[in-house]
Write a protein that binds this ligand. Structure first.
Ligand code: ADP
Ligand code: MG
Length: 211
């Protein structure tokens, strides 16, 4: 059991926030992945549901956010609206000590016009399902040109839902110099292939892979 305070690059205010959330020690996935993630490396993680993957990427992407720049600096892709809402809520909890961080979910099945209006003030973090986000990119109602961190959460489920092409298209709108983090409960060949297309020298972490 390792305390979050052993991670030197986490600010003291974040350690305090984590303690308030009841996060006293890192889960095995967090202990294995956070050193590489906080060092800015590309990381691919295979770990089962409930292992604390959201905080693993959330603590990583938050450290790259400059709240004074009103630009989208992080993007998290999720397979469903339900998961996107869960991730967005967890990111808001992790960012409680950072004033004015804006997290926006962009998912299908919701009115496009209202999303376009919300996007006029660029959120620091977008949590999205791939199809609708691609729609906004193609209509230039969103830009990823200032993106620092791209996360693919539940990548195997996104591929199962047929989002592979949309993800490849989205990547074309993102800068080449970015950190890309990939999370999946299972590791079929298609996941290895997408990692090869979108990540650079990724560190591989496998924890508790029996789902
Ligand atoms: P996964 O994405 O791997 O399925 P989640 O990120 O949803 O897992 O986390 C599962 C649960 O564990 C959540 O309720 C979250 O609040 C909790 N959790 C995450 N990290 C910690 C931690 N270090 N200490 C205590 N609880 C944690
Ligand atoms: Mg998760």
């Amino acid at each position: 059991m390792t305390a979050f305070s052993t991670l030197n690059s986490l600010p003291a205010a974040q350690i305090e926030n984590l303690n308030e959330l009841g996060y006293l020690t890192m889960t095995p996935v967090q202990a294995a992945a956070l050193p590489a993630i906080l060092a800015g490396k590309d990381v691919r993680v295979q770990a089962k549901t409930g292992s604390g993957k959201t905080a693993a990427f959330g603590l990583g992407l938050l450290q790259h956010i400059d709240a004074s720049r009103f630009q989208t600096q992080s993007l998290v892709l999720c397979p469903t609206r339900e998961l996107a809402d869960q991730v967005a809520n967890e990111l808001r909890r992790l960012a409680r000590f950072m004033p004015n961080i804006k997290v926006l979910t962009i998912c299908g099945g919701q009115p496009f016009g209202a999303q376009r209006d919300s996007l006029q003030h660029a959120p620091h973090i977008i949590v999205a399902t791939p199809g609708r986000l691609l729609d906004h990119l193609q209509k230039t109602t969103v830009t990823l040109e200032n993106l620092q961190t791209l996360v693919m959460d539940e990548a195997d489920r996104m591929l199962d839902m047929g989002f592979s092409d949309a993800i490849d298209e989205i990547i074309r709108f993102a800068p080449a110099t970015r950190q890309t983090l990939l999370f999946s409960a299972t590791w079929p060949e298609a996941i290895a292939a997408i990692s090869g297309r979108v990540q650079r020298n990724p560190e591989t972490i496998e924890i508790d892979t029996v789902d």
